[in-house]
Each structure stands twice: as C-alpha cells, then as structure tokens.
Design a protein around this ligand. Sequence first.
Ligand code: TMP
Length: 209
Amino acid sequence: MFITFEGIEGSGKSLQIGRAAARLEKRGVPCLLTREPGGTEFGRALRRVLLSPGGGRREPWSELLLYLADRHQHLKEVIGPALERGRVVLCDRYHDATRAYQGAARGIPLDDIERVARLLGVVEPDRTILLDLDPETGLGRARARNSCDPAAAAEGRFEAEEISFHRRVRAAYLDLARRFPGRIEVVDAAGSPDEVSARVRDLLDRWLP
Ligand code: TMP
C-alpha cells in the first residue's frame, strides 16, 4: 500500500503523516515514512536547491525536471524496494504536488507533465490524503513557523509566493480530488491537530483494518 499526503503550505501534512506512521507502527504495521523532495541522499541535495529562497530565477520546466529527478531516484531507490518488501509506504508529497504546483500554479500543461512522468515510470499511489485548508490560514501558519525556525526559513522559497499562487495550488488539488475520486480523500485541515489526526486515523483504519 502506497499512501501519500498532500496539501498547501501550512496544512499540517508533516505533523499528521508523522503521527499516522507512529500509530501504524504501534499497531504492528511495518511502514516507511518518507518525503519529496528529499527521500534519498541525492534528493536531499535537490531539496536544498529547490527550496532555498535564493539561487536565482528558474524556468518552470527547469523546476519541473528537478522535481521529477527527485521522484525517479526516490521510486527506484526507496519506494519501489519498500513496497516489494511488503511495507506500507507513507510519503509526504508526491506527484499530485507536481500537478498542482508546476502544472496549475506555474502553468505547465498537465499533458506534458504526464508524458514525461510516464517515461520515468511514475506510478500513482494507492490512496492520497489531501489536507484541505484555505490558503490565508495555511500561509499564515507557514510564515509564522519560518519566522521562528531558521531551518524552515531556509526552505521558504514557496512561502514567498503570493497568495494567488497558493489559491491556484489549492484549487488544483481540489480538482485532482474530483478527477481521482477513488484515490484522493479530502480531509478538512481546519481545527486542532488532534481533531485533524482523528479524521486521518478514521481513514487509515478503513484502508488498513
Ligand atoms: P514541504 O516538504 O515542506 O511540503 O515543501 C516542499 C515544497 O515543494 C512545497 O512548497 C511544494 C513544493 N513541491 C513542488 O512544487 N512540486 C513537487 O512535485 C513537490 C513534491 C513539492
């Protein structure tokens, strides 16, 4: 079972996926928690390049190809082997993020993205949890975190984008949920972390009884 978590900046994905992994481990379900970009050593180098606020301007296609390079390496080196060993793989962001950010928000046609993804053997996850939140709240949370955490600020490239960018990302995620109704579950990410965890837990209990 390959499960991904998606959502806009500040939607609480990383906290929720960490809790989900801990809970599955406690239930005795062997699982692997990983993320994109940065699930391999090469990917961690790419992550620094992709997310640091400096580093000069980049064309949408340049950015897309780096995200796909990270994904290809991750699938070959980590995700594929873990699934073959029968592990549940929980991945913090994956290909829907490329569709939403590089596709809808940066403007690369989805057909082009899918054509390259197919060449690289990018597979769809079995299930996806989309933590949905309005961008004003999410961005407010993310920027507050960055202002008191230097490590988070060093990855602040996307938080610096204006609100209209994040609105396009959210709308694209909700479109994807309509396009893949059997795979993507929309979870309301408003409320306390415990309230959101309870919603996520109900889904995971249904998928992994
Ligand atoms: P995060 O790991 O803190 O969520 O940050 C990853 C950032 O990278 C986030 O702003 C979304 C962005 N991203 C893309 O633009 N395309 C992608 O394919 C992925 C995986 C992430």
